[in-house]
Design a protein around this ligand. Structure first.
Ligand code: FMN
Length: 217
C-alpha cells in the first residue's frame, strides 16, 4: 500500500471477524514496530501477544468481570477529564457526540458497550508492557512503537484498535502470563480483520491543523 493509503485506512475498528491472523504475520508486524525510535535507543518495550486458547480465556474472564461491574485497576492511573487541556476536553466531547449520533442513527447504541465487553472480538491482543522502573520517556517510546505496529498491520490488510479496555484488569493478565508486579501493562492493541458491523463505519474527525500548528520563520 502507498504510505498515504496506509495512513488513511488506519482507524479504530471496534469489531473483528472470526478470521485468525497467521503467527508469521503477527511476528512481522511486531518486527516492523521495533523500528520505532526510542530514548537513546532504550527499546523499553516488552510485547506479549495473546491468540488461540489464551485469548479465549482472557476474553471469557474480561466479559465476566465487566458484566459483574468489576472496576478497572490499570497500571497507569486513568486521567480524569479535568487533567486534560480545555481543547482536548472539547475534542473528546466532539468525539463522543459524533460516535453517539452515528450509533443512534443505526439504532446500534448497545454495540459500543458490547464491543468493549467482548474485547472487540479481536483475533489477537497485543500487550505493550514496560518493566519497572517506568518513566515518561519510555511511555513516549511505546506510543511510537504502537503507531508503527498499527500502520504495519494496516499495510497487511489487518485492522486495529488501541484501547484502555484491553488493559483494564492487569492483575488477571499478569497471572495469566506468569508475570510479577514489575511488569506494567501500559497499553493494549486489538488486531483482526474488518467486520461489517455498523460501529466500524464510524470515522472520527480531526480539528484543522491551524488550531494546533504554528510554523515560524
Ligand atoms: C490511549 C488510547 C486509549 C483508547 N481506549 C479506547 C477504549 O478503551 N475503547 C475504545 O473503543 N477506543 C479506545 N481508543 C480509541 C480512540 O477512541 C480512537 O483512537 C480515537 O477516537 C481516534 O479515532 P481513530 O483511531 O478511528 O482515528 C483509545 C485510543 C488510545 C490512543
Amino acid at each position: 500500500m502507498e504510505f498515504k493509503d496506509v495512513l488513511q485506512h488506519r482507524h479504530a475498528e471496534r469489531f473483528f471477524t472470526d478470521q485468525q491472523i497467521a503467527p508469521a504475520t503477527l511476528q512481522e508486524i511486531v518486527t516492523d514496530a521495533k523500528q520505532a525510535p526510542s530514548w537513546a535507543n532504550a527499546q523499553p518495550w516488552q510485547v506479549v501477544v495473546a491468540t488461540g486458547k489464551t485469548l479465549a480465556e482472557i476474553k471469557r474472564g474480561h466479559l465476566e468481570r465487566s458484566q459483574r461491574g468489576v472496576a478497572g485497576n490499570t497500571d497507569m492511573p486513568v486521567a480524569h477529564r479535568s487533567e486534560w487541556s480545555a481543547a482536548s476536553r472539547q475534542n473528546m466531547a466532539t468525539f463522543n457526540g459524533e460516535l453517539n449520533r452515528h450509533l443512534l442513527a443505526a439504532d446500534a447504541q448497545a454495540t459500543y458497550g458490547q464491543s468493549q465487553d467482548r474485547l472487540f472480538n479481536a483475533a489477537a491482543l497485543v500487550y505493550l508492557v514496560l518493566r519497572e522502573p517506568v518513566n515518561s520517556w519510555a511511555i513516549f517510546d511505546l506510543g511510537a512503537f504502537s503507531q508503527t505496529l498499527m500502520l504495519s498491520a494496516t499495510d497487511r490488510g489487518i485492522q486495529s484498535i488501541p484501547a484502555y479496555e484491553i488493559i483494564r484488569y492487569p492483575d488477571a493478565l499478569r497471572k495469566m502470563f506468569g508475570l510479577d508486579q514489575t511488569s506494567r501493562f501500559i497499553m493494549g492493541i486489538a488486531l483482526g480483520y474488518r467486520d461489517r458491523a455498523v460501529i466500524n463505519d464510524f470515522r472520527s474527525s480531526r480539528v484543522a491543523s491551524s488550531e494546533f500548528l504554528t510554523i515560524r520563520d
